[in-house]
Design a binder for this molecule. Structure first.
Ligand code: 7JE
Ligand code: MG
Length: 214
């Protein structure tokens, strides 16, 4: 049977990365996607911006919307302090199955809770299901037309506190125009655009970092 791109990406990790070494897992995926087969990971260039935001916040509670193969999950989790938690939502079971193995190869299972399901269904259940009060950091990387409704949902569910940071991938390519318009014009957020490139290409893209003012 034909393999899928996520399966080929996992094979590259298991072939080229060292078990328990998150850095080697990140490198194996970047090498595979740059030289063998493009895939929609946040990538190495935007990944460095993600790293600096995570390190600056030193978050105890992180929410990732859109796991895909777990590349950004590993990037974030490798930087978390002990006892910090990353909850990542993935609705596609095939992606989730691959991501679990990538996260396990990196040895980061303890820090990561991968939840199979859609953001709109799970955001309202975060407090009761996972004992979350608020998130220190949210990384948005799922369907681009869900960034805005899910941000409003997180506000309504009281999952954001004064200082919570939203970091959104792909605000230029593929683009999230309604989200950008909302977040940049809202008095409840301080936003900043980090210009970069679409993963593994020269096409412009960037991350939008927005701090909730409460
Ligand atoms: C509701 N809900 N809850 C959880 C959840 C999880 C998912 C999946 O993880 C999933 C599946 C398919 C697509 C995405 C979004 N990502 C993208 O579409 C993307 C595209 C490109 C790009 C750019 C240029 C191209 F030419 C082609 C693709 C570059 C990027 O970095 C991307 O993130 C996410 C979906 C909805 C979900
Ligand atoms: Mg993305």
């Amino acid at each position: 049977t034909q393999s899928t791109r996520p399966q080929r990406l996992l094979n590259a990790v298991q072939k080229n990365a060292t078990r328990g070494d998150p850095r080697s897992v990140v490198k194996a995926i970047d090498d595979f996607c740059r030289h063998k087969e493009w895939a929609m990971n946040v990538g190495d260039e935007k990944g460095c911006i993600l790293d600096s935001v995570v390190s600056e916040i030193n978050p105890a509670a992180v929410l990732e919307l859109g796991t895909y193969c777990g590349y950004s999950t590993v990037r974030i989790a490798r930087l978390l302090p002990p006892h910090a938690k990353l909850i990542t939502l993935e609705f596609n079971p095939d992606f989730a199955a691959i991501a679990r193995q990538v996260i396990a190869w990196a040895g980061l299972e303890e820090k990561v809770q991968l939840v199979e399901g859609a953001s709109g269904d799970w955001i309202p259940k975060m407090k009761e299901q996972f004992g979350i009060t608020t998130f220190d950091l949210v990384f948005l990387d799922h369907w681009k037309d869900r960034y805005l409704p899910d941000t409003k949902l997180m506000e309504e569910c009281g999952l954001l506190r004064k200082g919570s940071v939203l970091l959104a991938d792909n605000v230029i390519c593929p683009g999230t125009p309604d989200y950008l318009e909302y977040i940049r014009s809202s008095p409840r957020y301080e936003s900043r655009y980090f210009k970069s490139h679409l993963e593994y290409t020269k096409v412009e893209d960037g991350l939008e970092k927005s701090v909730f003012k409460g």
